[in-house]
Design a binder for this molecule. Sequence first.
Ligand code: AMP
Ligand code: MG
Length: 309
Amino acid sequence: MKEKITKAVNFLKKGKLVAFPTETVYGLGADAENGKAISNLYNKKNRPLFNPLICHFENIETVKKQVVFSKNAKILAENFWPGPLTIILKKRKNSSIHPLVSSGLKTIACRVPSNKIALSILKQFKGILAAPSANKSSKLSPTQKNHVIKNFGKDIFVIDGGSTTFGIESTVIDLSNNKPTILRAGAIDKKIIKQLFPDLVEKSKNLKKIKSPGQLKKHYSPNIPIRINVKKLRNDEVLLNFGKNRLKSKVKELNLSKSSNLEEAAKNLFKFLHILDNKKYKGIAVAPIVKKGLGIAINDRLERAAFSE
Ligand code: AMP
Ligand code: MG
């Protein structure tokens, strides 16, 4: 592993892209201070330039050099870093992060990941890594090495860290305005954040109203049709099930969690969608999943996967 990390760091220093595991999903990393590398990252992902990237840091000290670290930021960092929480903070005037990273915004999305491989890379790289999920824009997120290869072939060096712990993306909270605001439901249940900030604002769940950059209505989508909150299956659909119910598929079924455990379901979500997303099937039907705790983040992903204009 040591050699692989050194190889990854050498690539990154040369402005190349490297995919590596984080505790949420696999990230596609690039040097956040190198405009060419960042531009290449957007290109490789087919990501629109108006959708800003999350910066990954080794520790709080390196974050503080780039952004204004408020009192609330300190509270969140102490409680959730290293870990799957992304905090939007005001960029310092002397920040060395390339403007393309945050699409010209005056803020930076910051995260200190807890995954050991991600941290080792950051430590050895001694810089900041912009790292969105290692997939083509709008497609299913990668939670294993082979998902990354499915997206990019052998073009990109991938470090294998097995299946990721959480299986869904980080929770994104904006501290750049007066009131802390959740921009994206994710691996950390917002209920826990609400205990720290009772005045926490949540972005409207109405997908049509979402204006924040990157909160794209269509995202995380498979290549075959997908229906959610299904009560009855069509003849030729495969079933992504949850818990115990009467739903049945004549073709294939995978159950996110037979015991209705939401952590297990989040971990399996993209893995199972990758398996069911096969042109030999006509469509994916997804069972209803409770909209509580991590179920909110899971439903957010599924609603975007199923969104059609
Ligand atoms: P991804 O890395 O693709 O999983 O998504 C990153 C998310 O963070 C997207 O929803 C972005 O819109 C959001 N994001 C990144 N930077 C900023 C920022 N400066 N302000 C607001 N949202 C951001
Ligand atoms: Mg993504």
